[in-house]
Design a binder for this molecule. Structure first.
Ligand SMILES: *Cc1c(COP(=O)(O)O)cnc(C)c1O
Length: 392
């Protein structure tokens, strides 16, 4: 759809945009003009004259458009782990009489680690209850303070029904947090319509804003004037430059800001979001489903050694497809050497993300041909492919 707006090395088929999106062609120019014309020329005046201070809100609004959130309900900053902590702390404070955080075993570890750390420091008897993804609905009861889920499972690509689970949890009196790490930029999300209280996500996966790009947080509009930010940094203060002693949260979503925004990285995010300006998330989703369906049918025909680990029905699958293979790690290293980039998740999952902005049917077919070749030749079983790198 937008292949010419990304830089992917010649010969590479990049199926890992679910981990780190590729470089938008306009990003390098945008970053260098930020650095040279704004930082270099304006120095500290950039905060006012180049509008750096307002950018977290403006970029939040642009992300909001992609995830069904109205203007003024999303702000960017920090990392996703931090945003999970902020949302969870605020959510728990809304239900002081309840002690259970309900999540599922498919959630990404950092979300659960952050929950562990938060409840340890709160020391108020909270517990994280984990159930299998398909049992979440049944586990919702009136002890649950917060239902915290990642919509798309990072290993299998299984996608939760956001509307139904939000409604069920809220009927039981729980507060709902959705992590949209593998949703934002991948398919349509109707945040406001879902009625959930909080959502968080990152911008370096399907939104392509680069390694270390800021995360985002959504707070339902009716709550943003009352929630108490647990990370009460000065840029979430009502008057940061009054330098007054007592902390007073800023108005609305501004209170979810913490400290100084990463301005250079925001230039990359801006360029990355421009790519989405004239495509609809509905079209992206339609194309993504077509690519995933093609990949599954090609792999199942040509590489029967691999077992599908993702749901077969597209409506309960995100924009990635995973297969199981006992020697998944060396297989994937061999694939990468041949230019097909996916990733491996322990113990035996190989994952492939399909971002139709820069992947097409030809890429899918070629990727499967290479996969078939590597499996048939046994090329993957060389000692160098078995060595584990730090990032897999
Ligand atoms: C990718 C991902 C993260 C990453 O968190 P960072 O703080 O950005 O490193 C967190 N949660 C989920 C569900 C993810 O998929």
């Amino acid at each position: 759809m937008k292949k010419d707006q990304f830089i992917v090395p010649e010969g590479m088929i990049y199926l890992d945009g679910n981990s780190l999106g590729p470089l938008p062609s306009a990003a390098a120019g945008r970053i260098s003009s930020m650095v040279e014309d704004e930082w270099g020329e304006l120095l500290i005046k950039g905060w006012n004259q180049a509008g750096w201070m307002q950018q977290p809100i403006q970029l939040g609004d642009r992300i909001g458009k992609l995830v069904g959130a109205p203007s003024g309900t999303v702000v960017i900053g920090d990392t996703l782990s931090i945003k999970v902590y902020q949302a969870l702390a605020a959510a728990l404070a809304m239900r002081p009489d309840r002690k259970v955080i309900l999540s599922d075993t498919g959630n990404f570890p950092t979300d659960l680690y952050m929950a562990d750390g938060l409840i340890k420091s709160m020391d108020a008897g909270h517990q994280v209850q984990l159930v299998e993804p398909e049992n979440v609905a049944d586990a919702i009861d009136d002890k649950v303070a917060v239902l915290m889920l990642t919509q798309v499972d990072y290993k299998t690509g299984r996608k939760h029904d956001m509307m139904a689970l939000t409604q069920k949890a809220q009927e039981a009196g729980a507060v709902v947090i959705w992590d949209l790490a593998h949703s934002a930029g991948a398919f349509e999300v109707e945040l406001e319509q879902s009625g959930c209280e909080f959502a968080v996500g990152c911008t370096y996966k399907y939104l392509n804003a680069g390694p270390g790009a800021p995360a985002f947080i959504y707070v339902r509009r009716d709550l943003s004037e009352t929630i108490e930010p647990a990370l009460s940094g000065w840029l979430g203060h009502d008057a940061p430059f009054a330098f007054e002693r007592p902390y007073r949260p800023g108005s609305g979503i501004e209170r979810m800001r913490v400290g100084t925004p990463s301005v250079i990285q925001m230039a990359a995010l801006e360029a990355a979001l421009d790519v989405f300006d004239d495509v609809s998330m509905a079209d992206i989703r339609t194309r993504s489903v077509a690519l995933c369906e093609l990949f599954i049918s090609e792999v199942e025909t040509k590489c029967p050694q691999l077992k599908l680990a993702s749901p077969r029905q597209p409506d309960i699958r995100g924009s990635q497809v995973s297969f199981r293979y006992a020697d998944g790690y060396p297989l994937l290293q061999a694939l990468i050497e041949r230019g097909v980039v996916g990733d491996f998740r322990s113990p035996d999952i190989i994952r492939f993300g399909f971002a139709p902005l820069y992947i097409d049917e030809d890429d899918v077919r070629r990727a499967v041909e290479i996969l078939k070749d590597i499996l048939e030749s046994g090329e993957w079983d060389q000692p160098r492919f078995h060595k584990r790198a730090k990032v897999t």
